[in-house]
Design a protein around this ligand. Structure first.
Ligand SMILES: NC(=O)N[C@@H](CC(=O)O)C(=O)O
Ligand SMILES: [Zn+2]
Ligand SMILES: [Zn+2]
Length: 436
């Protein structure tokens, strides 16, 4: 196995030091390290982070391999600096049995780009009626801890209550896609000034907030753990802040796109900007940034939602909801939170690695950068600017909202248990001999 000597890298953006990766672990940290057979990576000006962990990725396999496969999606993850991803359950067949989650888990291992942790469906077929076999998925080889009907809301309060109660037995968490179905029937974008002007059916903030309010109260009532997916409104931030102040065991995520894009983008009717939950207003963007900075929002999760061209190259109303995100997430967080002085690189490590690993109960990732720890690491160059070209990305789908846009920072290298999955900004099939 190749040994890597990262020369003068800055762990968490702090003082430069050498870091030696050998035997799958961080073997040494210090000044002027020597290792005869090591590949030396010039780390001057580069920030070393723990490997990123995504709690919310759509890998589409099984069922929609035309949009993404576990191999292509996890290669995209590696290119984005991720060493672990949680694969959402809205596949075909649904990830609602031990058999399907084990299949996804195994395909992740075979691909080898990043560790894949399948999310289990809460209800059979995401239908919202009967609980799926949560216990069997938890006990399977995939050791599922995160359960979600994402794409759909667990809207029946009794079903939600039962699910919250059930997962307590194995320290699981219900990740809710908070969308009141009746209030969002036919909705196409955020309900507000822009939707009124465009004449598109609106999706009111209250449709998200009402479910989050209900669910934090349910989580309190049954003493269980709730995670809020892709929180997107100022009111949602307020509700989560209130729930945390009451001691309710709730965590929340925001997506990169909700940190930077607004509903104004719908004016061009370009379906790349059609997403669920919808892009909101500038006021909401400010609120989710503030919520992330003060810890009300625990993590950034990509909600990477690849769609094939035919589902996006059509009129707005007919297009699928969702945008890709794995290969741009870190740049958006840098640009909105670090470059603006709201967060440090240590904070970035928390919201994109440590905290998502903790919420997903993943032990091997989100670890400190310390001797003896598994070498799951990401090396970032924060000083470059790059133009996003979806056709050149590893994901099979091109529905990036950032096409043609310049973003800050890029991933130089990603290491999974000491093996380079990305080096010199390129993905590597095997241990390759490239340095920057
Ligand atoms: N975010 C989206 O707009 N779409 C997701 C589903 C989801 O995350 O709700 C998808 O699966 O395409
Ligand atoms: Zn969702
Ligand atoms: Zn999703």
């Amino acid at each position: 196995m190749t040994t890597y000597l990262l020369r003068e890298v800055s762990p968490l953006g702090e003082e430069p030091t050498d870091v030696l990766l050998s035997g799958g672990v961080i073997a040494a940290i210090g000044e002027d390290l020597e290792a005869d057979d090591a590949i030396v990576v010039d780390g001057r000006g580069l920030v070393l982070l723990p490997g990123l962990v995504d709690l919310h990725t759509h890998l589409r396999e099984p069922g929609r391999e035309d949009a993404e496969t576990i191999a292509s999606g996890t290669r995209a993850a590696a290119m984005g600096g991720f060493t672990a991803v949680h694969a959402m359950a809205n596949t075909t067949p649904t990830q609602d049995t031990a058999g399907v989650v084990e299949q996804v888990w195994r395909l992740g291992k075979q691909a080898g780009w990043a560790d894949v942790y399948p999310v289990g469906a809460v209800t059979v077929g995401l239908e919202g009626d009967r609980l799926a076999e949560l216990g069997a998925m938890a006990e399977s080889a995939a050791r599922v801890r995160v359960f979600s009907d994402d794409g759909k809301c667990v809207h029946d309060p009794v079903v939600m209550r039962r699910a919250l109660e059930y997962v307590k037995a194995f320290d699981g968490v219900i990740a809710q896609h908070a969308q009141e179905p009746r209030l969002t029937e036919g909705a196409q974008m955020h309900e507000g000034v822009v939707s009124a002007e465009l004449g598109l059916a609106g999706w009111p903030a209250v449709a998200e907030e009402a479910i989050i309010a209900r669910d934090v109260l349910l989580a309190e009532h049954v003493g269980s753990r709730l995670h809020v997916c892709h929180l997107s409104t100022a009111g949602s931030v307020e509700i989560v802040r209130w729930a945390k102040s009451r001691g309710i065991d709730v965590t929340a995520e925001v997506t990169p796109h909700h940190l930077i894009l607004t509903d104004e983008l719908a004016r061009g009717y370009d379906p790349r900007f059609k997403v669920n939950p919808p892009l909101r207003t500038q006021r909401d963007v400010e609120a989710v940034r503030a919520g992330l900075a003060d810890g009300t929002i625990d993590i950034v999760a990509t909600d990477h939602a690849p769609h094939p061209r035919e589902d996006k190259d059509c009129e707005w109303a007919a297009a699928a909801f969702g945008m890709t995100g794995l290969e741009t997430a870190l740049s958006v967080v840098q640009e909105t939170m670090v470059d603006t002085g709201r967060m440090t690189w240590a904070d970035v490590a928390r919201v994109l690695s440590t905290a998502p690993a903790r919420i997903g109960r993943v032990e091997e990732h989100g670890r400190p950068i310390a001797v003896g720890e598994p070498a799951n690491l990401t090396l970032v160059d924060p000083d470059v600017r790059r133009v996003i070209t979806p056709e050149e990305q590893a994901t099979k789908s091109v529905n990036s909202p950032f096409r043609g846009r310049e973003l800050s920072g890029c991933v130089v290298a990603t290491f999974l248990r000491g093996r380079a999955t990305v080096l010199g900004g390129q993905s590597c099939d095997e241990d390759v001999v490239v340095t920057r």
